[in-house]
Design a protein around this ligand. Structure first.
Ligand SMILES: Cc1cc2nc3c(=O)[nH]c(=O)nc-3n(C[C@H](O)[C@H](O)[C@H](O)COP(=O)(O)OP(=O)(O)OC[C@H]3O[C@@H](n4cnc5c(N)ncnc54)[C@H](O)[C@@H]3O)c2cc1C
Length: 420
């Protein structure tokens, strides 16, 4: 039986597992985490609206449904395309075909070191770290008697006006407007500064003008200061230098401004294109090879309609995986990939969302309901769906959550990497 190794169990990897013919292929799924997660709701981890476990699901539970598929925990450290092996942190796996579905990572656009000083929501661990930072600053601000220092401690800058940045800034705005007056009586909402900066002249650049303008209105209603045509050039010693040379103090900077393909050691440089993505043909094959494929965020499939590749979103990843599995199951690369755009959405807090669906744009409560429904359907696990739903209903009426816990490292020594 042919062996397929899939690197990454995100939207693309897991949909490959679902659609590949398990009577024909023995599948090994490699992921550095032992769970699948749902990135569209990472900002809700960062804003303490949901717990990490609510939107993550163990691979081993999911794979019970799929015979002939094994899970291998490990970070991919190298590939040998000649001997057809993948080396992870813990083992070396042999394959007949390799499918890379490792997604994307933060892009700091050459500003080395930014990753060490800013916070992010690109992984579940980053989102949890950002949540801890926000709670920590709120607590520190609450006991600070110097008004100027308090305002410094409570300054949050979100960089990037795409869906992640807009959703993150909206969640912080809701905290400022509704939660701080209730749960932090020592603070006034005026002590908290939330600013979103976006390099272009438009929020939600890939969405329609109406959605973009509405998102701006919503953020302003939530007391978020939005600065368009503003770029971050440097962040050093808590001082941000903007593109026009002005410098300002910002205690916490949350970076959502860009992504690039996850680096895969051992992959020849000539296989990579724009944004460190792996160049693939219309069948998701790399360099025309039948034994090497890439799907999802990491794949760069250029076509007339998408000259810079498909958007790095869940739907292209899911659809590419299904199409590739179909070709592999039939044993011939005959079906070219054609992306069916089902639309895009973003939410800016309770009752405020925008949705560009084919043919029509929705905003406000109706868009927010659609957003909730689609996200609920997509989360893995019935228990997770029920918990998320309950949390959202609870928050809808009370804005109250028991998740604002600051869990400090303990006296017990922690391993640097799990599994070491
Ligand atoms: C904060 C945020 C919000 C988003 N919101 C939306 C949204 O609202 N709508 C939408 O459509 N899209 C959204 N996206 C984008 C969407 O999540 C991605 O497009 C989608 O996850 C891509 O799927 P993928 O399978 O290619 O990669 P991923 O889902 O990222 O999966 C990659 C997997 O590979 C694993 N991996 C990576 N490198 C290695 C390695 N070296 N070794 C082992 N394992 C590895 C990772 O652990 C991960 O499990 C959002 C993304 C983020 C970060």
């Amino acid at each position: 039986m042919e062996r397929i190794v899939i690197i990454g169990g995100g939207f693309a990897g897991l949909n490959l597992v679902k659609h590949l013919d398990k009577g024909k292929y023995r599948i090994m799924l490699v992921d550095r985490n032992n769970f699948h997660c749902f990135p569209p709701l990472f900002y809700q981890i960062a804003s303490s609206s949901l717990a990490s476990a609510n939107i993550c699901f163990p691979f081993r539970r999911e794979l019970l449904k799929h015979p002939n598929v094994t899970y291998h925990m490990g970070h991919v450290k190298g590939l040998d395309l000649e001997s057809k092996t993948v080396t992870t942190s813990y083992e070396t796996l042999e394959y007949d075909r390799l499918i890379i579905a490792a997604g994307s990572t933060n892009n700091y656009f050459g500003m080395d070191g930014l990753g060490n000083h800013t916070f992010g929501i690109k992984t579940v661990a980053e989102a949890a770290h950002t949540r801890d930072e926000i709670i920590d600053r709120l607590e520190r601000g609450s006991i600070c008697s110097d008004p100027e220092r308090r305002r410094e401690l409570l300054s949050f800058l979100v960089v990037g006006g795409g869906p992640s940045g807009v959703e993150m800034a909206g969640a912080l705005g809701e905290m400022k407007k509704y939660i701080i007056p209730k749960e932090y009586p020592e603070l006034s909402p005026d002590d908290v500064r939330i600013t979103l900066v976006e390099g272009t002249g438009k929020l939600l650049g890939a969405m329609k003008e109406k959605s973009s303008r509405k998102a701006l209105d919503y953020l302003r209603e939530l007391m978020v200061d939005v600065r368009l045509n503003t770029t971050l050039k440097e962040y050093k010693d808590k001082r941000v230098t903007f593109g026009d040379g002005t410098k300002e103090y910002w205690e916490t900077v949350i970076w959502t401004a860009g992504v690039k393909g996850e680096p895969i050691p051992g992959l020849p440089q000539e296989y990579l294109g724009r944004g460190n993505r792996i160049v693939v043909d219309a069948y998701n094959r790399v360099a025309g090879r039948d034994d090497l494929m890439a799907v999802g965020d990491i794949a760069l499939m250029q076509c007339d309609r998408y000259p810079n590749g498909h958007p790095q979103m869940a739907q292209p990843a899911i659809q590419e995986a299904a199409n590739l599995a179909r070709n592999l199951n039939e044993g011939a690369f005959t079906h070219e990939f054609v992306y069916k755009d089902k639309g895009s959405m973003a939410t800016v807090g309770k009752n405020r969302a925008v949705a560009d669906l084919p043919g029509k744009t929705y905003t406000g409560f109706i868009a927010w309901l659609m957003w909730m429904l689609i996200h609920l359907i997509s989360i893995l696990g019935m228990r997770n769906k029920a918990t998320v739903m309950l949390n959202w209903m609870w928050n809808y009426f009370s804005y109250s959550t028991s998740l604002r816990l600051l869990l400090r490292p303990t006296k017990y020594p922690l391993r640097r990497h799990w599994g070491d």
